[in-house]
Design a protein around this ligand. Structure first.
Ligand SMILES: Nc1ncnc2c1ncn2[C@@H]1O[C@H](COP(=O)(O)OP(=O)(O)OP(=O)(O)O)[C@@H](O)[C@H]1O
Length: 215
């Protein structure tokens, strides 16, 4: 599998936040985004995930050599700052919704809801409302979403913010296993979460605000 981002640029408000960012990731590869608060990490991840229209450029993914290019949203999970779970539903109902809604988009095994809960260290409580969970448990169950539907690309925005050291380690192992299985990971994070040998882009913020993009 190969993910290609070519000449991505994005505007926030009137200003150009980044200009002509390109990278390529192969199966098992990872990209780490770093940079100061407000430098554009979340914006770049949202562009890659298809949640924000770029000012220029495109991102595509090829499953096998010679196969057609496919849009990243079909093949990716996006774990942003928000957990994307309903407080009123049980944990199991939330995960079951995501399992059915996202489905599996490529060969690869997704986990049953209880298996995924076990993988994030929280088995036996999926019958409880999501809103009853502590903040850390809620985040762990949001991570379980990555496991109940198989998607080869994981796009992660500060996935372990506010988690304890044990949860960091648990998630680092999930990321490592995902990469070992041929998955690709893009992440903005300050924690060591299984991103050994990752490519790195240091975001700079509105440095290009007075430039215009050549069409
Ligand atoms: N909808 C918006 N309209 C205008 N400006 C925005 C909008 N969303 C974000 N910005 C600005 O874009 C810049 C980049 O924001 P972004 O969230 O991508 O940064 P970040 O590097 O992820 O920051 P952090 O480390 O704090 O999460 C910031 O200056 C922010 O204020």
């Amino acid at each position: 599998m190969r993910l290609c981002a070519e000449n991505l640029s994005a505007r926030r408000g009137e200003d150009l936040l980044f200009l002509n960012v390109s990278f390529q990731l192969e199966s098992g590869g990872a990209l780490l985004l770093t940079g100061a608060n407000g430098s554009g990490k979340s914006t770049l991840l949202r562009v890659v995930a298809g949640l924000l229209q770029p000012e220029s450029g495109r991102v595509q993914c090829q499953i096998d050599d010679g196969s057609e290019m496919r849009p990243v949203p079909e093949l990716s999970h996006y774990l942003g700052h928000k957990n994307g779970m309903k407080r009123e539903l049980t944990v199991g109902e939330n995960l079951d919704f995501w399992k059915r809604y996202l489905g599996d988009t490529s060969p690869g095994r997704s986990l049953a809801v209880e298996e995924a809960a076990d993988a994030v260290g929280l088995s036996g409580i999926t019958h409880l409302p999501y809103g009853y969970m502590s903040a850390g448990q809620q985040r762990r169950f949001a991570m379980a979403r990555l496991l109940v539907a198989h998607r080869p690309i994981w796009i992660l925005d500060e996935p372990t913010a506010a988690l304890d050291a044990k949860a960091d380690l648990m998630f680092a192992n999930l990321v490592k296993q995902h990469r070992q299985g041929g998955g690709i990971v893009l992440a903005a994070t300050h924690q060591p979460i299984g991103l050994q040998d990752a490519q790195q882009i240091v975001m700079q913020g509105f440095v290009y605000s007075d430039l215009e993009i050549a069409e």
